[in-house]
Design a protein around this ligand. Structure first.
Ligand code: COA
Length: 438
């Protein structure tokens, strides 16, 4: 059958499409900007048609209305990364987090550890050959589309067409719902004095010709803004945001010295503003690939001068990095942090560097100042990057290298880059913990 006939015969409204979801089904949403908000809204609108439908996703910038407590008989959330829409559901007990390295999600879908009945995605209209592009994502969604029993697609002409593993033939979808809307945007973070200083310290660890991975949060963009004087940088990263576009336009990122996928930026998803999505559209310099490839430490290690930059909520005296929980509260997820910390450490040229960069303190809305460097991690917190993997820790007060140092040396190096107001307090804790003078 001609692809146009398939497309026309499977076209319907959002309310009709979500009738394919049944009670007790497990539904996985396209990751991040690929979340089909028109279909999700229709599913929530029709909540009375379902009981006990499980919704799964990793990063989501959507409304997350399926987590409302009054809908808990109809929907429950069970995902891999918490955000604004899902944290509360986990705290209230009707949502659950599955600990999983991002790189493992497609493998777990393939081997049946994670099974989904329905996958809902947002894609571009079909091209002349009958292929729709998932544009902003390959991540885990590529495998989810291949494995789910039913696949529903929201067709959005604002979705960019990107190179790599983002294309699906129309025959791979069960329903098409044409609904144009602007893609969700994540605004670039405000870069303050602390972030600038952190950016400068990180820049001092980055040689010309390096390949970068940039994590999620305010710090990675701050680092990029301090790299304008570098040459021939490359990208092999789980995600990219708008900061990368500035450096490509300035000729700093050209991927010319990349040892793997020379000349190309390799990523699994995009999360930024329209500027980033327009940049990605039909741009052969960028390829999106599934996360079990991009985040595989053995693949990461094939990049010369691999630099991994991620952020954290808390670091203890041993260098244990807490990046996804605040005490017992699940704040985000491991994402690709450990995948890249390990990949950089394994870099075949021996020049890989992993950096955990964070401001020395956080200031809560009520004005309380909390040091992010602590003698012990908070009660109930989960370690994201452990003390065996961690290497460089950077704050606005400097750089502390963990590898090769004993525990006392680690603690001293960390106290040196803590906020000056808490250093004396930390020194007292040091003496209590190690039974020696600071
Ligand atoms: N104690 C208590 N609260 C803390 C805290 C601490 N030690 N550190 C931060 N917080 C609070 C902040 O005050 C802020 O609160 P608010 O939301 O009420 O303003 C919140 O936690 C977020 O802190 P912030 O520093 O703004 O976070 P961020 O947006 O820069 O993200 C991480 C930082 C660590 C959460 C983020 O990088 C992450 O999720 N990492 C794990 C996954 C990962 O690294 N993936 C990498 C590949 S994509």
């Amino acid at each position: 059958m001609d692809w146009r006939e398939i497309y026309e015969s499977r076209k319907c409204t959002a309310d009709e499409a979500v009738k394919l979801i049944k009670s007790n089904d497990k539904v996985i949403l396209g990751h991040c900007i690929c979340e089909p908000s028109g279909l999700v809204d229709a599913m929530v609108r029709n909540y009375e048609s379902y009981e006990n439908v499980t919704i799964a996703h990793m990063v989501s910038l959507g409304k997350g209305e399926y987590t409302k407590p009054e809908l808990k008989k109809h929907f429950r959330w069970e995902g891999f990364f918490c955000g604004g829409g899902t944290r509360k559901a986990v705290e209230e007990g009707h949502g659950d987090i599955i600990p999983v390295y991002f790189q493992d999600v497609p493998r777990w879908i393939r081997n049946g550890l994670l099974e989904y009945d329905v996958c809902m995605v947002m894609v571009s209209p079909p091209n002349e050959a009958g292929y729709c592009s998932m544009g902003v994502e390959s991540g885990y969604t590529y495998q989810a589309v291949k494995s789910a029993k039913v696949v529903l697609a929201q067709i959005n002409s604002q979705m960019p067409r990107t190179f790599g593993d983002t294309f699906f033939h129309v025959s791979e979808f069960d329903r098409f719902v044409e609904m144009d809307m602007p893609l969700i945007e994540s605004k670039p973070p405000v870069i303050g004095e602390a972030e600038k200083a952190i950016g400068k310290y990180c820049a001092s660890l980055i040689e010309d010709g390096s390949t970068l991975q940039l994590g999620i949060g305010a710090i990675p963009d701050a680092v990029l803004s301090e790299l304008k004087d570098k040459k021939h940088l490359g990208i092999h990263s789980e995600m990219i945001a708008d900061g990368v576009v500035d450096l490509v336009e300035a000729g700093v990122i050209d991927c010319q010295e990349k040892t793997l996928h020379n000349g190309k930026m390799i990523v699994t998803f995009l999360m930024g503003t329209k500027r980033l999505y327009d940049f990605a559209d039909n741009n052969p310099m960028l390829e999106l690939k599934p996360v079990d490839y991009v985040n595989d430490p053995a693949v990461i290690a094939k990049n010369n001068k691999m630099i991994s930059i991620n952020s954290a909520l808390q670091v203890d005296f041993m260098g244990q990095v807490v990046a996804c929980s605040i005490g017992t509260r699940q704040f985000s997820g491991v994402g690709g942090q450990v995948d890249f910390v390990r990949g950089a450490a394994m870099a075949e040229d021996g020049k890989g560097v992993s950096i955990i960069a964070m401001p020395s303190v956080t200031v809560k809305k009520d004005g309380t100042v909390i040091s992010k460097i602590k003698p012990y991690i908070d009660h109930g917190a989960a370690v994201t990057t452990n003390r065996y993997d961690v290497d460089y820790i950077v704050t606005e007060y400097g750089i502390a290298r963990m590898k090769g140092k004993n525990l006392k040396e680690r603690a001293r190096a960390l106290i040196n880059i803590a906020h000056p107001d808490v250093r004396n307090e930390l020194k007292v804790e040091f003496e209590k913990r190690f039974n020696v003078a600071y």
